[in-house]
Design a protein around this ligand. Structure first.
Ligand code: AMP
Ligand code: ZN
Length: 480
């Protein structure tokens, strides 16, 4: 395939990403040539993840696919919070892990706290895979990085950014004048509006725990206890990716407290800018309420599959909204997404199943790439995909190659082998003779207007595990 080597590679449009830190779309430039480092805040593993969480892992997946297409090596981390995340992000409320352990009748011990989340970690990883996300370079479990977290707290202590009170070590936000860049936090307003019950020993209500003392946890020079939630992410980003990283992602709720906390710790410890591009996804809601375990609407992929929806149907639905706009989930909308994706799957695995992929159509490639590189404009990419599917001017071979290219960026399950794609659609490759006979008998019954008999035959066919599709060129069977 020497010819392929000399084919002109279309020039790649620049990548623009919306940076929450500046409120603008900026052209992406990696810190290190040819490599992108990316950190994504992972789940607190006290329960299964829900369909809202999946949106937060779709974001780094789309970025990874785009960066890989541009020839970058991607080093990415998703962390697993397995201690110390309180139900209130501002160091108050119940510890989520302990809440989960109590729910399941575990005795609260450190050993149990390490064992209890294992099934949830596994189900998170497998939901991610089923959803079409590439695994990150590493999943980092917070309890595996205790020494790194302690060391980072010590560095901040030595540099004078911390103070001790009765329940632990705190970061003093007023020592970091740049505090609150994400979401434009005004420290004065926070002070003025602080609720009376916030920890009175804190110097400022926005000060946050670096170390919390308690009966459970690890030993340190500050006593037994846990590192705080924000120090976990900064320490693991440092340990797995380096002191400065290109992209950091998370749901929009994380930006105010958690990510501003991460910036403060990281930048005070190193004196360098921590993250090049902060990216935050908007929520998935239901009836305009955030999807959340506590709201009782925290559906999982498994719930969708119980209703007959594949993970790709949900992914396709999500991709029809831009990641920075709220996506309000309804079953009807999911139904619509499934129908749209089915049209594409039938085109690829039925109409084009005998076709050998040809060349990627450059015009469509450029349009899709331009959309995805424009701060992940997936709605435009999908509209373009439908336009391509309908375009009679593109040869079937080139159409297939181009759809497969789009799929490498969006992962909608359109790039599988023909046999797998056809089997999933229930395409019947060889119809058993008795079914051919039943189908013929039904046709005769219909033509002689014996509808009772025709219905009986339909029921028999259905009972054998087939669905009848009546079309302009006669009836076809599909496996259920
Ligand atoms: P958590 O386990 O609550 O820390 O959440 C893990 C990730 O999912 C974080 O990035 C959250 O911001 C994100 N997330 C949680 N709920 C939703 C939602 N309803 N829609 C989108 N992202 C969410
Ligand atoms: Zn985090």
């Amino acid at each position: 395939m020497l010819f392929g080597l000399f084919q002109k590679r279309p020039t790649l449009p620049p990548i623009y990403l919306h940076n929450t830190a500046t409120g603008r779309k900026e052209e992406f430039k990696s810190l290190q040539s040819g490599v992108v480092t990316m950190y994504s805040c992972g789940p607190t593993v006290y329960d299964h993840i829900h369909i809202g969480n999946l949106r937060a892992y779709l974001l780094p997946d789309l970025l990874t696919r785009l960066f890989l297409h541009y020839g970058f090596k991607v080093n990415s981390t998703v962390n697993l919070t397995d201690f110390g995340h309180l139900t209130d992000d501002a160091d108050a409320g119940e510890d989520k892990m302990m809440k989960g352990m109590r729910r399941e009748g575990y005795e609260i011990t450190l050993e149990n706290m390490l064992a209890f989340p294992v099934p949830y970690i596994e189900s998170f990883k497998s939901d991610n895979l089923d959803f079409g996300n590439l695994p990150p370079s590493q999943y980092a479990r917070a309890s595996d990085y205790i020494a790194e977290q302690i060391k980072l707290i010590e560095t901040l202590e030595q540099k004078g950014y911390t103070y001790r009170i009765s329940d632990g070590v705190y970061f003093e936000v007023s020592k970091f004048p740049a505090y609150g860049v994400l979401g434009n936090i005004d420290l004065e307003k926070i002070r003025a509006g602080a609720r009376v019950e916030t920890n009175p020993e804190k110097h400022h209500p926005a000060d946050f725990a670096l170390w919390k003392n308690g009966d459970l946890g690890w030993d340190s020079r500050w006593g037994k206890g846990f590192p705080g939630w924000h120090i976990e992410c900064a320490a693991m980003a440092f340990a797995t990716l380096g002191k400065q990283i290109d992209v950091h992602t998370g749901g929009e709720d994380l930006m105010y407290t958690h990510h501003n906390g991460e910036i403060a710790q990281a930048e005070c410890a190193t004196g360098k800018k921590y993250v090049g591009y902060w990216m935050h996804n908007a929520f998935v809601t239901m009836n305009d309420q955030k999807v959340a375990k506590s709201a009782g609407n925290g559906f999982r992929l498994q719930h969708l599959s119980d209703q007959g929806f594949a993970p790709a149907d949900y992914r396709f639905w999500l991709l029809q909204s831009h990641y920075r706009t709220t996506a309000n989930f309804t079953w009807e909308a999911l139904e619509g997404a499934r129908a749209g994706l089915l049209r594409l799957r039938r085109m690829v695995y039925e109409e084009l199943s005998e076709v050998v992929p040809g060349k990627i159509d450059q015009k469509y490639q450029e349009r899709v790439l331009r959309a995805v590189a424009d701060d992940l404009d997936t709605p435009t990419a999908i509209a373009t995909l439908f336009e391509l599917a309908k375009d009679q001017k593109i040869t079937p071979a080139n159409k297939l190659a181009t759809i497969q290219f789009v799929d490498s960026l969006l992962a909608l399950g359109l790039g599988k082998g023909a046999a797998e794609g056809r089997a999933e659609l229930g395409v019947v490759e060889v119809l058993p003779t008795e079914l051919v006979k039943l189908l013929q008998d039904r046709e005769v019954a219909r033509q002689t207007r014996d509808f009772v008999r025709a219905d009986e035959i339909r029921d028999e066919i259905t009972a054998r595990g087939y669905l009848i599709e009546d079309g302009s060129d006669g009836a076809k069977l599909r496996r259920k």
